[in-house]
Design a protein around this ligand. Sequence first.
Ligand SMILES: C[S@@+](CC[C@H](N)C(=O)[O-])C[C@H]1O[C@@H](n2cnc3c(N)ncnc32)[C@H](O)[C@@H]1O
Length: 203
Amino acid sequence: MTETTHFERAAATWDQETRRVTLANAIAEAIAQRVPLTQDQDVLDYGCGTGLVTLALAPAVRSITGADTSSAMLQVLTEKTETTHTPLRLITLNPQEALALDGPYHLIVSSMTLHHVADIPALFHAFRQHLHPGGQVALADLDEEDGSFHEASVPIHHRGFAREQIRTWLMAAGFDNIHLDTATTTQKGGKNYSVFLATAQRS
Ligand SMILES: C[S@@+](CC[C@H](N)C(=O)[O-])C[C@H]1O[C@@H](n2cnc3c(N)ncnc32)[C@H](O)[C@@H]1O
């Protein structure tokens, strides 16, 4: 099963798992605490999924764009915005093609998506190219784990990340003011998994 197929199948019931909603809310809160959100910012949520983080941040900023490789996840988000009347722009990404993210943005956020992306250095370079000078990233994902977070049938590229590796990749991509700390902890199958938040500024 490819990653896109997995998310196409999971989309309709994604939000029914309370753990995911709690985790996304905690990540959105951590982002809002560490990055000033203002009404003159244009924001991209990379790997927005059903928009749990996107919709939490939307009222605090001027515009928010959600990008994802799964059209089913984006369809769930579209249906939510019809009820909440939240203005959103959505981008369906083709994993086989170069990243077309529009922009430029003042802030790029991402929640629990990096471990599904094979080439993180290339992704961070693309983030830099799609930011205004001085623009920021706020990226949350799993700290290094033993592979137990996902069921064997779910394809992933990384078993979480070492924070120093994230720092090195951000520096190499042209970011500074890099801060890494713990955003939250999530519990799954009786185990605790810690989630980092990396913030950095386009140098
Ligand atoms: C674990 S979900 C997280 C969704 C959302 N950010 C949240 O926190 O609720 C990962 C999301 O990343 C998307 N995704 C997977 N691979 C991707 C890629 N290479 N580029 C962009 N999005 C991707 C999936 O379709 C899915 O919506």
